[in-house]
Design a protein. Sequence first.
Length: 224
Amino acid sequence: MHYISLVETWSDSGKPVDNIPGFDFICNSTRKKHKRARRGSGGISLYVRSSIYKGISKLTCTHNNAVWVKLDKHFFNLKNDIFMATVYFSPEYSSGCTEDINEVYSKLLRNIEHYSQLGDIVIQGDFNAYTNTIPDFVISDEAKFPKSKDNDYSIDSHNLRNNLDSKSANKSGKLLIDLCKESGLRILNGRTIGDPLGKCTCITYNGSSLVDYTHLCLLIYYNA
């Protein structure tokens, strides 16, 4: 393990939530406590193994629902820089949801469109989204990177994914699927060797669900 991302830290400061031996602290994104909430909500903390710390830099972000970092292609000997976001989106009707969920996804999409012009994209985190097995690509169409050139235009494959969480898609889930279709990102949950079944990521006293996702841009997805 070389990169640790923690969400729902409930932290109200920019300081590390903990010290992890062998890892350097990158950032701690906080939220202003809602006046109706009993405690803080959200919060994202990032740590990276000390040996690769110099190859990762935090980027400016326009909202507190996501933290972006860049993995330098020269340091990691990659073809392209990798721009990676860790997100936490509150449940739509919770007291911690201080921003319209449509605007939250619109901001993330604008970030993706911007950074996809500079390198490859990875998105991970807690979306509080139920997606069932809705396809995250346009069936019988071709996937496109935002503003891509013709030689970047690649045929999509119908690699369906599995999901052990059978709940119907909620609004956040539908918006997440739309984001994938618009940006060309693919959900890894339920279609990789490490998680071929789409296991639940949240287990509580009253049930379990799949609400945490990892997404890759097509260049990484098809060459992984």
